[in-house]
Design a protein. Structure first.
Ligand code: FAD
Ligand code: FES
Ligand code: FES
Length: 1251
């Protein structure tokens, strides 16, 4: 072992790490994937926000714990014992119970999140099994799943807890391995980083004292790099975990001392334990508050002192540790290493200390008998999000409710400088805390607080209001029964029950099995065990290079020059390619420029491809590509700006739709309401980033791509390189989530690697970072709809709608929605006359892209909200207006096509009954009357979704029967994205051929087998491909029939056919024509129906919401794989809830740069954001006569049903506004984020009272 080498134990095996040979920032994930070659651990964000890279780590005999391996430098791991997903189990060694249970309960769709989920659960079982099952769901607060909607994952994990009686200790038991002696060490990593691992405070001081002139990092958990990535580069890094003085926790009956390297998890449990000691009761609230910070994996690694230091360096950082410790009067012991002294200070004083040459050593807390602590953190998702505004309030009052000592009121998120609300602290002393007049004085003082207008914070309007309302909440909470009954519940938090529940109901027909049989995804165990391979998991090829994009740093300008000379000089760089190196066509789908030429259209546009030996080298060199710009303009970013600047793409010919005479109908209406509704962007957050590996072979290019559009990728690459299509093959084994964004958007990594491979003739790989993925590639198209609706009052009928739709397409229209939206504008309502138009706004944003129900989700929101507004004007409930206008059999849609069949009313009535809508509405009204600051609402919505088969689509499939063992191979033309297409295809093949499921296997598709096939998109590919599989199998059955004798087994029949040289391979190309022979229209083939109800609860004072219950009744026709279809419904709902409430995109208005380009700044729903009780039923006995398999599509339509929660929330807001004496009209633009809905409530602090 060389001097600086050290051992790491991964799944019981010892690896010797030689840091001198690894890049300075090489992480544990990199090591696991690229050195240990264990590809089950996935990677995406590299910032601790997604949970894909979760493994467990153990030091010494401490219990293993779940951590994010992407934040841990390998240098820190000396002697660590790591367990990865492979260490738990596999097909060969036997699956672990968690892997099996997650798979068997439908908890894995695309599977990309699954290893991380399993490891998070495994970590919990190892670290704190006693906390299960109560704290089970909290275990996953750092793990994103974008496919399943979490419900089946949570269910499966509950089963694990139930099933495993003695929660297994780690099978590999790495603690049995030889313990490595901890000793201090120092080495230099390949990038020149000097790494120290001292083991005593004295040693640490000596090292730090010498570092006052360089940028250094004190690594406790090293998680700070997940938030502030740009603080480096660092010349020196000191791992402080071996310093025993910094990891010590000491307490007696009066005080508590906690070392600086103590993790947040340890701090939380220490607080919990001590909170039963007299005088330390306040630590109970403190422990709870820490439990709201970050996520399990971060808390397991990150230290409280590291968190404070992030605030010290970045004053705008909304540090939860800071407000907590500052509020309760902690004192910090800071070691001055240069002067060998200790500075004692408060957290606030720390902010002004020069910390060069200093180390936080510990903090001290003392008993505070009789003090009450309240801490609130207002976040956009329930967990795993930094605060929009936080408050900590510490107060002591006597028996007459008078504040007897100066209280402490601390805020985070107000501004860089604001800490204490000193005016409030001062005025409260000697006042009755629960007196209305005192409260109003506090409100007046808080009114004066200056909220900094800065994009790093939430909106000023929100903060100004929340500052007051959250303080009011704290007072109500402390006041408890001192407060009058109708305001008391305002002091409580909206607490989710520990366990979410769900219920699924679907028809099956055993006579059709394995079709209609509920089977989980057949690849699921491979996914949950990490054995499933994705494009990025393919082994490193001999000679393989890595590519990274250099991007523009302005949004609108002309390029004068591109200088790649510096980049070419960087270590490892092999080539830098620009548009001039493209031998063929520099276009995606004949429109969009691939590599920027002369004009810059958006910030982050790819301008060059840097190709280097390693990914780190390519990333480092891309910043050296120098681009000179001139004529820079202020970017056009919004629809409003585009309208003002008259910036539109040319109007297509079909941009107007008319039905009936709207003018006449408006004249005949009793009431014409007009308004404007907007919806925002949504980033798909597919957990597998855009990635591709191109392998050049003898002038032939094989692309291993993560794409939904193999055919278009093949066409595009051939055009780019100026070669024939038969010189390009695109192969896709599976994709880790696409949601539409791996259609044309996947071209970027495909084209880049193909172009580089073409020039260099070596394999080239590209894997976009989360920032690139978010900045370069577009999102769901934002829409604005200006409308007028004419209504007849007597029967609440809508007579006419005029709507002008504006679509923000970005700079191109490659994936614009345009006239497609017209097909969904009616939702489930009959309106006799329509006039709709659309215009496509040209903005300085990347080309926006298709994402699950593109445009459709937005127009559905429009129609539902338009009806809700009609209800307000008529002073009735939205459900009354909806019921009055629901489609009836034979009524015609805006294209004059009759709706036949039509189940809208049947489904509506059924759901209304099962949810006891009317009774529940009465109960809710009583609740709202009794609770001024908590509101509930229940809503019902229908669904009618026109499902089209694009006229020219086709899928070519192959079915082969292998002689000797009679097994069956299917190669269909769809891409497995998690939607379960492979499982469905196997069910169909097994049923048609009459063989068991395990006789059939699906092999990955490729453009060489599945030539000229269409994209896997628009929800139809599963059904189309399965129909093709069925028809191919039917052909085989017919061919084999003459050889079939009575009682012959399948194997015997195959042998007989082989003997007679029967062709046991069939291909079938399914098209629009043979899929639905009776269809009269190219597009509008059939309607999907459904309905949903949602009960939502709002904490008025914070803006937090909980969806207490959601019921879905969905028409999947005769579903031939109901468990998978239910999974699609659940996943769709939660993704749409993301757009509705959580996911918000922000740009710099000056530069056009995307500001929300990380998991830190962009929040998708986590497992505790889903409906507490989610019930999904599939409609029985309604086979789809318009499609040969009698099923209906599932992927996209159910997304629309999440709108029921938006309407409920709208009702809650209207209740609040009514209480406030405000108008009951307001527009629920999406996303209706916590900030926006808080503002919409229009809280007036004059209405705050206690008794
Ligand atoms: C995904 C994610 C979510 C998060 N969510 C939240 C959240 O909701 N609320 C919140 O408040 N925070 C949040 N954080 C921040 C998190 O709490 C911190 O990253 C963590 O506590 C830092 O501790 P660490 O030990 O990893 O620090 P490190 O990363 O090791 O160090 C951070 C900084 O502190 C310095 N430092 C470390 N120890 C000392 C010491 N003893 N003396 C002097 N300097 C020192 C280092 O030099 C470095 O500059 C989140 C972070 C991530 C990655
Ligand atoms: S890749 Fe590590 S948390 Fe996302
Ligand atoms: S299954 Fe969870 S992200 Fe796809």
């Amino acid at each position: 072992m060389a001097d600086s080498s050290f051992p790491v134990f991964i799944n019981s095996r010892q690896y010797i790490v030689n840091p001198g040979q690894l890049p300075a920032d090489y992480t544990l994930t990199d090591y696991i994937r690229d050195n240990a070659l264990l590809k089950g651990t996935k990677i995406m964000c590299r910032e601790g926000g997604c949970g894909l890279c979760t493994v467990t780590m153990q030091i010494g005999d401490a219990a293993p714990k779940a951590i994010n391996s992407c934040l841990v430098p390998i240098n820190m791991c000396s002697g660590w014992k790591i367990t990865t997903i492979e260490g738990l189990g596999s097909e060969k060694t036997g699956y672990h119970d968690i892997q099996k249970t997650l798979a068997d309960n439908n908890g894995s769709q695309c599977g990309y999140c699954s290893p991380g989920m399993v490891m998070a659960m495994y970590g919990k079982m190892q670290q704190a099994p006693k906390e299960l099952p109560e704290k089970l769901e909290g275990t996953f607060d750092g793990n994103i799943c974008r496919c399943t909607g979490y419900r089946p994952i949570m269910y499966a994990m509950h089963q694990c807890v139930k099933d495993i009686e003695d929660i297994e200790k780690c099978k590999d038991c790495p603690s049995k391995l030889v313990e490595t002696q901890k000793s201090s060490s120092h080495w230099t990593a390949a990038g020149g980083l000097s790494w120290h691992s001292p083991i005593s405070l004295a040693e640490l001081k000596t090292i730090v004292a010498k570092l006052t002139a360089v940028n250094y990092y004190l690594a406790a958990g090293h998680t700070g790099v997940g938030v502030y990535k740009q603080d480096g580069p660092f010349a020196e890094c000191i791992d402080i975990n071996g310093v025993s003085e910094l990891t010590a926790i000491k307490h007696d009956t009066n005080s508590l001392d906690v070392g600086a390297a103590v993790t947040l998890t340890q701090l939380m449990s220490t607080f919990e334990e001590l909170s039963s000691t007299p005088g330390f009761e306040y630590l109970k609230d403190a422990a709870q508050y820490i439990g709201h910070m970050a996520n399990v994996q971060i808390r397991n690694l990150g230290s409280w002192a590291g968190n404070l230091m992030m605030k010290q360096k970045h004053h705008g950082f909304a540090s939860d540790v800071f407000i907590l410790l500052e509020c309760v009067g902690a004192s910090l012991n800071v070691c001055d290493c240069v002067n060998d002294s200790v500075v004692v200070c408060t957290p606030a004083e720390l902010l002004d200390l020069d910390m060069k040459g200093k180390v936080i050593q510990s903090m001290s807390l003392s008993v505070k008998p009789g003090w009450s602590l309240r801490c609130y953190k207002v976040t956009s998702t329930y967990r795993n999000a930094h605060s929009l505004l936080s408050l900590a309030f510490f107060v002591k009052y006597d028996d007459s409710k008078v504040v007897s000592e100066k209280p402490s009121l601390v805020y985070a998120g107000v501004s860089d400088k604001f800490i204490h609300a000193a005016d409030v602290e001062n005025l409260l002393l000697n006042k009755n805390l629960f007196d209305n007049a005192t409260l109003q004085e506090c409100m007046t003082a808080l009114e004066k607080v200056d909220c900094q207008d800065d994009p790093q914070f939430s909106s000023v309007e929100f903060r100004k209001s929340a500052l007051k309302s959250v303080f009011y909440k704290a007072v109500l909470s402390i006041g408890g029964s001192h407060c009058s009954p109708e305001v008391m519940s305002g002091g409580e938090l909206l607490a989710r029950p520990d366990i979410s529940t769900g219920h699924q109901e679907f028809p099956t027909d055993p006579s059709q099995y394995p079709m209609t049989q509920p089977v989980p995804k057949l690849d699921a165990r491979k996914q949950t065990s990490g054995e499933a391979q994705y494009a990025g998991d393919l082994p490193h090829m001999a000679g393989q290079l890595h590519a990274a994009f250099a991007k523009t740093t302005v949004a609108s300008a002309t390029i004068d020059s591109i200088d790649v000379s510096d980049a070419l000089k960087m270590p490892g760089v092999v080539s830098v390619l620009t548009s001039k190196d493209i031998p063929g066509v520099n276009r995606i789908r004949n429109e969009e420029i691939f590599l920027c030429e002369k004009e810059v259209f958006y910030y982050g546009q790819p301008v060059a491809i840097v190709v280097a030996e390693t990914e780190a080298e390519a990333m480092a060199a891309r910043g050296r590509v120098k681009v000179q710009y001139s004529g820079q303009k202020t970017p056009i970013l919004s629809i409003d700006q585009a309208i003002k600047a008259n910036s539109f793409h040319p109007d297509p010919s079909n941009n107007i739709l008319t039905k009936g005479n709207t003018q006449e109908a408006m004249k005949n209406s009793d009431m014409v309401i007009s308004g404007k509704i907007e919806t925002g962007e949504q980033y798909p957050m597919h957990l597998e980033s855009q990635t591709c590996l191109t392998d050049p072979k003898e002038g032939f290019y094989i692309l291993h791509a993560a794409t939904q559009v193999m055919g278009a990728m093949q066409t595009g690459v051939a055009a780019l390189l100026g070669i024939k299509k038969n010189e390009v093959e695109v192969r896709v084994r599976r994709v880790g989530g696409g949601f539409g964004a791996k259609q044309a958007r996947s071209s970027f990594s495909g084209y880049a690697t193909a172009l580089a491979a073409y020039h260099i003739q070596r394999p080239v790989r590209m894997h976009l970072t989360i920032e690139d993925n978010m900045e370069m590639l577009g999102r769901r198209n934002p829409l604005r709809i200006d409308y007028q609706v004419g209504v007849r009052k007597r029967d609440m009928k809508l007579l006419a709608v005029i709507s002008n739709l504006y679509e923000n397409c970005g700079f191109y229209t490659t994936e614009a929605m345009g006239s497609y939206c017209f097909h969904y504008v009616d939702s489930a309502y009959y309106v006799p006359s329509w006039k709709c138009s659309f215009r496509q706004c040209k903005t300085n944003q990347p080309n926006h892209c298709y994402i699950r129900a593109p445009g459709i989700l937005s127009v559905n929101h429009f129609t539902e909200q338009m009806l809700a507004e009609v209800a307000v004007q008529l002073d009735v409930s939205p459900e009354q207006v909806k019921e009055a206008n629901l489609y009836q059999y034979g009524q015609t849609n805006p294209f004059n096509v009759p709706i036949t069949p039509c189940y809208t009313r049947e489904i509506w009535t059924k759901l209304k009954e099962t949810t006891r809508f009317d009774d529940q509405t009465v109960e809710i009204a009583k609740f709202n009357l009794a609770n001024r600051w908590r509101k509930k609402a229940l809503s019902l919505m229908p669904l009618k979704y026109s499902q089209g088969f694009p006229a020219n689509w086709a899928f070519l499939v192959h079915v082969s029967i292998n002689h000797d063992d009679a097994s069956v191979t299917v190669i269909h033309a769809g891409v497995e994205l998690g939607q379960g297409i492979n499982t469905k295809a196997i069910q169909v093949a097994a049923r048609t051929l009459g063989v068991p499921l395990d006789m059939v296997r699906v092999h990955p598709p490729s453009t060489s087998y599945n030539t000229n096939s269409s994209p896997t998109a628009g929800s139809v590919s599963s059904d189309f491909n399965c129909l093709a599989v069925k028809n191919a199998c039917d052909m085989l059955v017919a061919r084999m029939a003459p050889y079939k004798k009575k009682k012959m087994t399948w194997e015997e029949l195959v042998a007989e056919c082989q003997k007679n040289q029967v062709d046991l391979h069939a291909t079938y190309q399914v098209t629009n024509k043979n899929a639905a022979p009776d269809a009269k229209f190219d597009f509008q083939v059939y309607d999907v129906f459904g309905a949903a109800s949602a009960e939502v609860e709002l904490d008025v004072l914070t803006g937090n919401i909980i969806i207490n219950r959601m019921d879905i009744l969905y028409d999947a026709g005769a579903s031939y794989s109901p468990e998978i279809d239910v999974g699609q419904v659940e996943g769709a709902i939660v993704m749409a809830l993301g757009l509705s409430f959580h996911e918000e995109i922000k740009y710099s208005t000056k530069t056009g740069q995307l500001l929300t380009n990380s998991t830190w700044s962009y929040h998708v729903p986590m497992c505790r954001d889903i409906p507490v009780d989610l019930r999904v039923s599939l409609l029985s006995h309604r086979p789809n006569k318009a499609f040969a398999l009698r099923s209906k599509v599932v992927a996209e339509p159910p997304m629309l049903l999440a709108e029921s929660a938006v309407t409920s929330l709208r009702k809650c807001i209207l209740e609040v506004r009514k209480d406030q004496g405000l108008s009951t009209s307001f527009t629920a633009d999406l996303p209706l984020t916590l900030e926006k809905l808080h503002v919409a409530c229009g809280l007036n602090s004059a209405n705050f009272n206690i008794s």
